[in-house]
Design a protein around this ligand. Structure first.
Ligand SMILES: [Zn+2]
Length: 428
């Protein structure tokens, strides 16, 4: 493969608070050379030279709480009602949409149907369809009456979750899903305002034995665990049993936050705060006014979640953006709205929000695999974006596909930048 040299770019490395002018060489699927400041790289005839025109070169975005099987519906029931064939088409479209918006890697965080995520992961890996790097998840595991159990006694209603009760049912089902090929097992050890008052987020409906069995079975088979854990007791279980992906963590107490900070290297906290903010303030066209959001407990989750995330960020816990996009008022692809939320609601600096979306996300995606993802660094995988403008000055650029002028995944262009007009060439 022809080496690609990006020049005349400003580099966001993934962990630094500023942009550096520089040049980056890609050979195969890796970043092999990076030069910054006054240094330049040698050129060779036949290389693919890409003039960035002074644009920002940054790592691809990593979404560590992704619902790429959701169809921007109004409710989970609407997603469940989608037949599996149509749902597969939706999932393939979403995979491309994510790549179009600069997401070069995603962690599935509950498949709408058991095999959707893993089937699409396999197809993308074979190059049959465009999409990001994918970690494929189970449907969310739940207990009777928990989040994701939509069944009724009086009629047949399918559930989006896999409903199990007792250790034997969980063990059997998890082994089955791992046999099918999932990377991640997700379970719900908390309620949620989206149960419309049935089971609040502070309640944990699972037994200790069930949670321990879910985690032990998954880890024994070499897969990774994720939890929907609003409740404080649920966050504690995540720390106790090695759950890497702690979603929401809304009602974590100060003592739990202090404990989590001691184990900060082993966990990522993903609040999915847009499912609270946008639902409280921006969903009235779909019947959810601020009054409704308050009545079901959604606004309380927003208020408490923001307090907890602010403390966690200050305590050095890695709080990641994204999560729960895939509903009508949180459409797939607009996930970078979260970066503003992290600045406005958690007190992060823009570069910290962008670090969470790239370098930290890459670590979360890679886990123990050792894959090097999410930074512009020699030896790291060549997942890169060119942004027309400076995202550290304006994070909203990443919500606009026209500003994401180039997307490269694994050293290959998904979208090549248009040739730079001479007038736009910067002096870098
Ligand atoms: Zn979610």
């Amino acid at each position: 493969m022809t080496p690609t040299l990006f020049h005349n770019v400003k580099i966001f490395e993934g962990t630094k608070h500023k942009l550096d002018p520089g040049e980056v060489l890609i050979e195969g699927n890796r970043i092999t050379r990076v030069a910054t400041g006054r240094h330049t790289l040698p050129r060779d005839q036949g290389w693919d030279l890409v003039d960035g025109g002074g644009a920002t070169l940054m790592p691809g975005l990593v979404n560590a709480h992704c619902h790429f099987t959701y169809n921007n519906a109004v409710s989970l029931a609407d997603i469940t009602a989608l037949p599996v064939e149509e749902n597969l088409l939706v999932t393939l479209r979403n995979a491309k949409t994510y790549l179009d918006y600069g997401f070069t890697a995603v962690v599935g965080m509950a498949s709408a149907k058991p095999r959707l995520e893993l089937v699409v992961r396999n197809a993308v890996n074979k190059g049959e369809f465009p999409g990001p790097r994918i970690r494929a998840c189970t449907p969310e595991y739940t207990v009777t009456g928990g989040v994701g159990d939509d069944s009724r006694l009086d009629r047949h209603v399918p559930s989006i979750g896999l409903v199990c009760n007792g250790v034997e049912e969980f063990r059997r089902s998890i082994r089955e899903m791992i046999r099918e090929g999932v990377d991640i097992v997700k379970f719900n050890n908390a309620g949620d305002s989206f149960t419309l008052g049935r089971l609040g987020g502070e309640v944990n409906p699972m037994t200790e034995d069930e949670v321990r069995t879910i985690c032990e079975t998954t880890l024994q088979l070499g897969r990774r665990v994720a939890a929907h854990a609003h409740a404080d007791s649920g966050v504690r279980q995540c720390i106790r049993y090695g759950v890497e992906f702690i979603n929401h963590a809304t009602f974590a107490t100060d003592a739990t936050i202090a404990l989590l900070a001691k184990h900060a290297g082993k966990h990522w906290v993903i609040p999915a705060i847009a499912a609270r903010y946008n639902t409280t303030y921006e969903a009235k066209d779909w019947g959810i006014t601020e009054e409704v959001a308050t009545a079901i407990g959604n606004k309380r989750e927003l208020v408490e979640g923001c307090k907890a995330m602010t403390k966690m960020h200050q305590a050095g816990i890695r709080v990641l953006p994204f999560g729960d996009y895939g509903f009508a008022w949180l459409p797939i692809g607009q996930d970078c709205r979260d970066l503003e939320h992290m600045v406005n609601l958690f007190g992060m600096k823009p570069w910290e929000a962008l670090r969470a979306a790239t370098a930290y996300g890459g670590e979360a995606w890679a886990g123990a695999s050792g894959e090097l993802l999410g930074r512009v660094k020699e030896g790291w995988l060549a997942d890169l974006l060119l942004i027309d403008g400076d995202p550290l000055q304006d994070l909203t650029l990443l919500q606009d596909q026209r500003k994401i002028t180039m997307v490269m995944k694994d050293g290959q262009f998904h979208r090549r930048p248009a040739p730079v007009e001479s007038g736009r060439r910067s002096k870098a």
